[in-house]
Design a protein around this ligand. Structure first.
Ligand code: DPM
Length: 375
């Protein structure tokens, strides 16, 4: 997403210097987009309720903010929205970073960890119609209508369900996408994560939310994560109170699912995960790029009670174990149960019908498209 100083956000007023962190002011790294700033402010507000520290935002552009023409899947870098910020963390210029967890790779740089995952907002995707189509649904849009999205996951699922629609890439931050939708007359509608729209207070533009049978969401969609240095005990302690147990368990299961499939953030993989009556349930699917082929499965298990000891000897320092999500105040045996469920689901899908082939073909095609300069 592009940086946009014109997207007047009150939080863009604080100026960053790059002096080393001290105990008085906690430096918080963020991308500059309005959505990123709102999310970072949300984390700071939550922390200010539980501590009396001062926070200051440090703004950075990432490769994903600078490279605005290519669809995300064509950019090979795995840490597209995170690298420049993580470099600041490594150099002690900042104390932690606030991210959309769905943009955080399932493998982090050495010594980095996710110290908190905040309570998840609505994880589903939403349809935003062009003003002339507000009375329509995806099903009732006319033949050949163009839907703006560059997510292979959304394209695969929606072209399977609505073969009369066409899909074209749309990039830029949310402000830019809205402008393109409203001013260009090219797109009949765009698809965006409901969580981002809600955080931007654009709920009134949501025409409808896509249910699970229409579009499974991306791994960790709607969850905000805070990343810090793994050996920074003070910051980890500070962040623990804003760690939401249910969200963390869902995201551990989803990220373990994605990591086992070795999918980057742009493969056509969807998920949905719930916790009800002490049971964790996760659905996952792998799609061919055109949506014609699909394998889908659901796995569930009763979560162990908090006091049960972990079945394997766990080193908490081994953040890799929980797809880089720190236990915080969550019992490691709960996190372990969630992780095992995600891995189990991935292995079932790989063995089911032609799951392994669907994934391999999609990955190969994405790789071929990357090497072609099609933009
Ligand atoms: C990732 C994808 C997209 C973002 C791919 C996907 C959407 C890309 C696009 C991994 N990251 O979802 O299948 O539409 O071109 C992103 C958004 C948010 C976090 C915006 C969105 C906000 C919601 C959240 C971009 N990353 O998906 O509409 O916190 O989950």
């Amino acid at each position: 997403m592009e940086s946009s100083t014109s997207a007047a956000s009150p939080c863009l007023t604080s100026v960053s210097d790059h002096s080393p962190s001290n105990n008085d002011v906690i430096k918080v790294g963020t991308r500059k987009s309005q959505l990123a700033c709102i999310q970072t402010q949300h984390a700071i507000d939550a922390l200010q309720k539980v501590c009396d520290k001062k926070f200051e935002m440090v703004y950075k552009d990432t490769q994903g903010d600078k490279q605005l023409t290519s669809a995300l899947f064509k950019i090979p870098s795995k840490n597209l929205f995170t690298k420049e910020l993580e470099d600041c963390l490594i150099n002690n210029e900042i104390d932690f970073i606030v991210h959309s967890l769905k943009d955080l790779p399932t493998t982090l740089p050495d010594n980095m960890a996710i110290a908190a995952v905040m309570k998840r907002a609505c994880p589903y995707d939403a349809v935003v119609m062009h003003p002339t189509n507000v009375d329509k649904t995806l099903a009732s849009l006319s033949e050949g209508s163009v839907i703006g999205t560059s997510s292979l996951r959304r394209i695969a699922q929606l072209s399977r369900k609505y073969p009369h629609l066409k899909f074209e890439s749309i990039r830029g931050n949310l402000n830019t996408r809205f402008r393109k939708l409203d001013e260009d007359d090219k797109y009949a509608a765009i698809i965006l994560a409901a969580a981002g729209l809600e955080r931007m207070k654009w709920n009134d533009r949501i025409s409808h939310i896509l249910k699970e049978d229409e579009c499974l969401y991306a791994v960790s969609q709607g969850a905000i994560a805070v990343e810090c240095r793994m050996d920074d005990e003070k910051i980890k302690e500070l962040l623990a109170p804003i760690h939401d147990t249910d969200t963390a368990l869902q995201c551990v299961a989803e990220r373990a699912f994605l990591r086992t499939l070795e999918g980057g953030c742009s493969v056509p993989i969807g998920t949905s995960c719930h916790i009800k009556d002490g049971k964790l349930s996760i659905t996952g699917a792998i799609f061919s790029l055109d949506g014609q082929e699909c394998v889908i499965e659901t796995c569930e298990k009763l979560l162990p009670c908090d006091s049960e000891p972990p079945s394997k000897k766990l080193s908490v320092a081994d953040s890799h174990h929980f797809v880089h999500i720190m236990p915080g105040h969550i019992s490691p045996c709960l996190l372990e149960a969630a992780m095992d469920l995600g891995v189990e689901l991935a292995n079932i899908l790989l063995e089911k019908d032609n799951g392994r082939e669907i994934l391999a073909t999609a990955k190969q095609t994405i790789e071929e498209q990357r090497t072609k300069d099609t933009d």
